[in-house]
Design a protein around this ligand. Structure first.
Ligand SMILES: *Cc1c(COP(=O)(O)O)cnc(C)c1O
Ligand SMILES: [Zn+2]
Length: 406
């Protein structure tokens, strides 16, 4: 790691009842059921580092070390994650009436999804706290990322994923030496199996059940602000499963505003789901602060096939507090947006990322977007993990020595 190292880590705080916990010990949920959030001494951070100092550092997510929970750089487990590009999408943007469309392309991260951010910080912190084996239920990408970083850190991992998770994520987990189990069911069923491993002494790193994954995903928000020149876009559109990324981006913006590194109105945050699994959208529309589990969840955007999220209230608060919205799009629209963007821009997004494009088109259609905004969507992973989702017809197969059809 380049340069000096100070973390502003102060303590943990329950997001539901605000009870404080010592960050020097390993914790899962608060007894009240609330997830724990990491709190920092932001006065210390402000006194330690400036935005110019950060700009001079290596372009990975550890450049934000003062706002990350790892105390000793010797515990950092890295595969070079972070600082993914923000790209304009002018042609597709104009086609859907939002010329100021931008994408942050998380498909370039190690293990091919933004889950690498949460895994890098979560595994580094697990190592720092002396945890030697971790377990989680996953829709695929999180398991692949945590198994990979666990291998790099020398930690054991036990991963449980639904049979329908993208096949490559099985291989990634298994090749990283994880104890991998496949369940004939959904991620909730995988969770029940992982809970048995927890009873056997494996540390639970399930979504929001340990506090440090959010801190890794938060760096998406930090990067967006730094990459745009310490300012925010008007709207950020996020494909929402457990919602950790959205909660993290919101947390990043709040911390930067408290630091005084960012001024002005926060971006409107938009949570996107598939009409095949839209518990957050349904709760948003009903004016509820928590979401009922979605029955028979199914969508081609497998990473957001989450029927029940323990951070539901944090997602809904983030959307409402910023004047954002929650929108569900059908799988046909997701696949159509994926194909249209690939042909117009040369950027093939994963189905979850393409869901944000379909949502932008929908929100322009309803007038929620006027078309003048700078709208940033997250492509949360590489499309290369989803060959089964492609919608193009098989190409013609020609006999040898054939003439090309004209
Ligand atoms: C996990 C995942 C999501 C959803 O992330 P959350 O932060 O849990 O809402 C979106 N896209 C992809 C590709 C994923 O793997
Ligand atoms: Zn609590």
């Amino acid at each position: 790691m380049d340069g000096s190292w100070t973390s502003g880590l102060s303590h943990l705080e329950c997001a539901r009842c605000q009870t404080r916990y010592d960050a020097g010990e390993a914790h899962n949920l608060c007894p009240c059921g609330g997830p724990l959030l990491v709190r920092y001494d932001l006065d210390l951070v402000r006194a330690t580092v400036s935005t110019e100092d950060i700009a001079a550092r290596t372009p990975d997510l550890w450049r934000y070390r003062e706002l990350l929970p790892v105390l000793d750089p010797g515990n950092v487990v890295t595969l070079g994650e972070g600082m993914t590009p923000i790209l304009p999408l002018p042609v597709h943007g104009r086609a859907i009436g939002v010329p100021g469309l931008l994408v942050k392309d998380e498909g370039l991260l190690p293990t091919g999804s933004f889950k690498a951010r949460g895994a890098a910080v979560g595994i580094s912190r697990a190592r720092e706290l002396g945890i030697d084996r971790i377990t989680m239920p996953t829709n695929g990408n999180a398991g692949a990322a945590w198994a990979t970083y666990a291998a790099r850190a020398g930690l054991g991992s036990l991963v449980v994923m639904p049979a329908e998770a993208p096949a490559i994520t099985r291989l990634e987990s298994a090749m990283a030496g994880s104890r991998l189990y496949i369940v004939d069911g959904l991620i909730g069923d995988a969770g029940a199996l992982a809970a048995q491993a927890v009873a056997d002494g494996w540390f639970s790193t399930a979504t929001l059940r340990e506090p440090y994954r959010i801190e890794g995903k938060k760096t998406m928000g930090l990067e967006i602000v730094e990459q745009l020149g310490w300012r925010m876009p008007d709207v950020i559109v996020y494909p929402t499963g457990g919602g950790v990324g959205l909660i993290g981006i919101r947390k990043a913006l709040d911390e930067l505003r408290t630091l005084g590194w960012l001024t002005g109105e926060p971006p409107r945050l938009v949570a996107v789901q598939s009409t095949g699994c839209a518990p957050i959208v349904r709760a948003f529309e009903a004016g509820a602060r928590t979401a009922e589990p979605w029955a028979d969840a199914t969508t081609v955007a497998f990473g957001i096939n989450v029927a029940s999220a323990i951070g539901d209230f944090l997602i809904l608060d983030a959307v409402r507090d910023t004047g954002g919205t929650a929108v569900a799009v059908p799988d046909e629209d997701i696949l159509a947006a994926q194909a249209a963007c690939a042909a117009a821009e040369g950027l093939l997004m994963c189905p979850e990322g393409a869901a944000t494009l379909a949502a932008v088109e929908h929100l322009r259609g309803t007038g929620w977007l006027s078309g003048d905004e700078e709208v940033l969507v997250l492509n949360t992973g590489t499309a290369l993990k989803y060959p089964h989702a492609a919608t193009v017809p098989d190409p013609p197969v020609l006999p040898r020595n054939a003439s090309l059809p004209s």
